[in-house]
Design a binder for this molecule. Structure first.
Ligand SMILES: [Zn+2]
Length: 220
């Protein structure tokens, strides 16, 4: 039964997806000095959570930023706590009504670099989900006293020739797949709750619904 709803504002949807697309399509300077496209992006999520009438928790992602001080290589993005700290101060000054909810990053995949030929293959390999390393970094942030409750991952896969796929939900309702130009994009949400001792537990996929009103125009 779904008891956690993650709702993405238009601004957050725009920031998350355009920054994932830029990291996918344009060349970025890597830590080793090389340049490459198909890199990962990273940013923070800001908003609030509230219990609705009934028992559902509503996590509203109001704002998403893009972290520019990251170290990238082709398979990872490394960030520091300082970026969260810096933006926390800005939020507290100008947007005190929202709080830190968590973060997002992207997963770039292609046939050339990853030997993945189809959307189906990507889904079977679960590449649109958090990796073990992603879960470890969430735990590290929570252990570090950051109140991390919502994580998002945007996976981008491009084909030379588009194969049209319908807008679809995966993993219960915790992931939405849609298309833009020749790219297929998966947006997947994770939710953690904490008890009074700040022990965090992740909600099972089937308890989480991702809602993204901006995508309604694609629904058939
Ligand atoms: Zn990841």
């Amino acid at each position: 039964m779904i008891d956690s709803v993650v709702s993405i504002s238009e601004q957050a949807f725009f920031s998350i997806v355009t920054s994932a697309l830029e990291a996918y399509k344009l060349e970025h300077v890597l830590t080793n000095g090389d340049s490459a496209a198909e890199v990962e992006t990273f940013g923070h999520l800001w908003g609030y959570c509230q219990r609705t009438i009934g028992t559902q928790m509503m996590y509203r992602v109001v704002l998403a930023d893009t972290s520019t001080a990251v170290e990238r290589d082709q398979n990872s993005v490394i960030y520091t706590d300082e970026a969260q700290d810096l933006k926390q101060g800005f939020i507290d000054t100008f947007f005190p009504e929202v709080c830190y909810l968590g973060d997002y990053h992207s997963h770039p995949y292609s046939h050339e670099n990853d030997e993945i030929k189809t959307e189906l293959e990507l889904e079977r390999g679960h590449y649109y989900r958090f990796s073990d390393a992603d879960f470890r970094s969430v735990k590290a942030l929570q252990d570090n006293a950051l109140d991390y409750r919502v994580g998002l991952v945007a996976t981008v896969f491009e084909r030379e020739r588009k194969v049209k796929r319908t807008l679809k939900k995966l993993d219960g309702e915790s992931c939405i797949r849609f298309q833009y130009l020749n790219m297929t994009i998966w947006l997947k949400a994770y939710v953690w709750t904490s008890d009074e001792n700040m022990n965090y537990r992740r909600k099972a996929d089937k308890m989480v619904r991702l809602v993204c009103p901006s995508l309604n125009l694609l629904a058939e």
